[in-house]
Design a protein around this ligand. Sequence first.
Ligand code: MRU
Length: 403
Amino acid sequence: MNVNGKPMRTIWLDAHNPGVVHIIDQQQLPHVFEVMQLRTLADVATAIKDMHVRGAGLIGATAGYGMYLAALDAPKTNIDAFLASLEQAASTLQATRPTAVNLAWACSRQLTNIRSQMAAGLDVEALIQVAKITAQTIADEDANFCKRIGEHGLPIIHKLLQQKSGDTINILTHCNAGWLAFVDYGSATAPIYAAFNAGIPLHVWVDETRPRNQGASLTAWELGQHGVPHTIIADNVGGHLMQHGLVDMVIVGSDRTSYTGDVGNKIGTYLKALAAKDNNVPFYAALPSSTFDWALEDGVHGTPIEERAADEVTHISGVAESGPAAGQVTKVRITPETSPAKNYGFDVTPRRLVTGLITERGVCAANAESVLALYPEKRTLVEQHKAVHTNSKDGGKRVVSTS
Ligand code: MRU
């Protein structure tokens, strides 16, 4: 997508130095646009944990490059030590953020490829190239799959346009499932960009998405860069808009979707889905297949929910407009000094509230039968996980703290 009219991705390997990965630093947007360099596994782990990169697809792509950078630094004299060091790197990366399944998926894809090429007799130098190619493939695939999500979502918007006799289509989205959350195009935004590019009149309601405000700072910024009409709203406004016919559809992204269709996404998504159901507004989740958890049957109770630092709730950042810090990004406290705060990062929307899932293979209903009809090659995996799960039910909601 475009930044100041120039096409960009969110992550790329340096053209001249294969030991350097570039990312757009999302901590600083929308006030400052800066590209940051990652050179080591530690740089990558920090970039994910501290949300210089964020969003399921981009977390996965960054982890893919993280494994490659780890391979460059791994012991070269002993192939078993090389593999052990990469297994350790995967554990380090997976501990950074628990909810987005793309992270574990990318690490395990790297390990699977490296192990199988190792078994085929490749030496360490060749295995480093395998890690590099795998990282680039994950990134390219992410961009390509998001593009296809746009192509599959476009007819849904087109149909709404016909129902509204050509009137502007109002789409509500939550958080940032835009191109900044992926390598390119985005998931929830891909159909929006496709419709906008096709000349469909549309307008996007952008939930601010407290506490980190990814909607207000990131979605608004990227839609603005592409010229898509949008309005930022406080998180509590969506229900009112839906009651008054001002939302034609909701499209959100996902960080982890069970193969049965429960959609894990940024905290607050569930409330939007409830309001949408009550007002007969179609509610879609858009996601590439890397976001399906093929081992997860009950998303509501089985999704690991990240709990982040309380100061994301008690404080807020923005550009000071006056005073000694005028023009600078400043953090201010908005709560009483002694009041505690809780910061759950994600919630899960049960499948009964989801109109459909928009994937790179097409649109399907949010249930196991429809999802597996699109991804028949995953049936065996699902059955294997079911068998294991039957023997060791853990149950209960898992909350994982990264603070
Ligand atoms: O905490 P974040 O910013 O990494 O959360 C991810 C999100 O932006 C969303 O929940 C998004 O809708 C899904 S990620 C494509």
